[in-house]
Design a protein around this ligand. Structure first.
Ligand code: SAH
Length: 243
């Protein structure tokens, strides 16, 4: 699973720096497909400077004349806006929207559309979007800088993507990335406890909280098979040294 099916569409971006900063924001979060609808200035030196090392996102950017052209092959189009509009399409906050994208459109093309710095998306452009997305912000100062909005949305897409990876790890029951079973965890706890008793860290008559905490810690860490093999290997060497 990747984020390759997701494109970021900037409609009439006016500041070249924002295009570069948006490309950088995308790349840091693993997104790579940028569409520009009537950019005022592109390509531009300032864009390249602001993109830092994300120039390949700019090199592959698709320049379009209309929003329709940028989204024509998409099955889901999310329009971003800080302002609440009276004719609202289903409205999601950015986290819900990211989860929806990752859960429902794993293969098909999805667009996240952003408006221009000065006036945002026009009403008829928002009408072309299937869903509206807002970044919850200060109600009396709710509009983020364009590239900052791209960053927040890209970040949420990445988080949803990572959580999804974790879900499939939980679902999988074999092979790489498989989570450790209760039996395997119990084996590890036993090994840790025995060793700690041998070195006098745990007094078997008054064991206190140590092992409870170890259990809580390992539960949080969600050890997979490779983690488990590493830990078992380390403790086995320690045991040998102690003997
Ligand atoms: N003055 C414009 C603001 C545009 S900011 C207006 O009133 O709409 C540029 C773009 O960043 C917006 O069109 C939108 O795509 C995105 N954006 C900024 N703040 C946002 C927010 N709080 N939620 C969702 N998108 C936001």
């Amino acid at each position: 699973m990747t984020l390759r099916n997701i494109r970021i569409v900037l409609v009439r971006p006016s500041h070249p720096g924002n295009i570069g900063a948006a490309a950088r924001a995308m790349k840091t979060m693993g997104l790579s497909r940028l569409y520009l609808v009537q950019p005022r200035l592109f390509p531009h030196e300032t864009t390249t400077t602001f993109s830092s090392n994300a120039v390949e996102v700019l090199e592959h950017a698709v320049v379009c004349q209309t929003l329709e052209e940028a989204i024509s092959d998409c099955v889901a189009v999310f329009g971003t806006s800080a302002r609440k509009r009276s004719f609202q399409k289903p409205l999601f906050d950015v986290r819900q929207a990211a989860e929806k994208v990752l859960n429902e459109y794993t293969e098909q093309e999805v667009a996240i559309v952003f408006g221009c710095e000065r006036c945002g998306l026009e009403n008829d452009e928002l009408l072309k979007c299937h869903f509206h997305v807002c970044i919850p912000s200060n109600p009396v100062y709710e509009s983020l800088n364009l590239a900052a909005a791209v960053q927040v949305i890209s970040y949420e897409l990445r988080m949803a993507f990572l959580n999804k990876g974790l879900d499939s790890r939980l679902r999988g029951n074999d092979g790489e990335g498989r989570l450790s079973t209760v039996d395997e965890l119990e084996g590890l706890y036993q090994q840790i406890e025995n060793t700690l008793i041998q070195v006098g860290f745990i007094n078997p008559k008054h064991p206190r909280q140590a092992m409870k905490r170890v259990r809580r810690m390992t539960a949080r860490a969600m050890l997979d098979k490779e983690d488990m093999d590493l830990l078992r290997g380390m403790w086995t060497v320690l045991e040998k040294e102690i003997r």
